[in-house]
Design a protein around this ligand. Structure first.
Ligand code: SAM
Length: 126
């Protein structure tokens, strides 16, 4: 993280039952979780988004990174029913996102494997 941002805190748990109190998070990062398998089934998927929204501060942001096996279904998912605004950062936008969020060193070390097809980031906010 760059100097403008806090390092954050890693929390271990199931995204369908996040062990944090309501309205505590400025940002929640979910990196390469949703694209690991096929689209997650209901009710787990709704429970996961419900939990992500529950722990978020009103002005908070959910940040999803899909860089290994990108979950394309997220691009068509109806986030309006959760009253969330979606912004997608793909292509050059993904590169700008990495710079803007100060995660260049981490991404370079961890990701950018040439075979990855069309990675993207997505932010969700109220
Ligand atoms: C492809 S790995 C990515 C690991 C790491 N986040 C990264 O970006 O390198 C997918 C991760 O999603 C986690 N995961 C899958 N389902 C989950 C769930 N319901 N709750 C929390 N984590 C989950 C798995 O435990 C695994 O660590």
């Amino acid at each position: 993280m760059n100097s403008r941002r806090h390092a954050g805190q890693f929390v271990c748990g199931n995204v369908t039952r996040i062990p944090l109190t309501d309205g505590i998070a400025d940002e929640v990062w979910l990196m390469n979780v949703l694209g690991e398998d096929d689209k997650p089934l209901e009710p787990e998927l709704s429970q996961a988004f419900g939990e992500l929204v529950r722990i978020l501060k009103p002005e908070g942001k959910i940040i999803i990174g899909e860089l290994y096996t990108p979950a394309r279904w997220l691009l068509n998912y109806d986030f309006q029913k959760l009253r969330l605004q979606r912004q997608v950062f793909a292509g050059d936008g993904a590169t700008s996102f990495i710079e803007e969020y100060g995660i260049t060193a981490w991404i370079t070390r961890h990701f950018f494997i040439p075979e990855i097809k069309d990675p993207f980031f997505m932010t969700l906010s109220r």
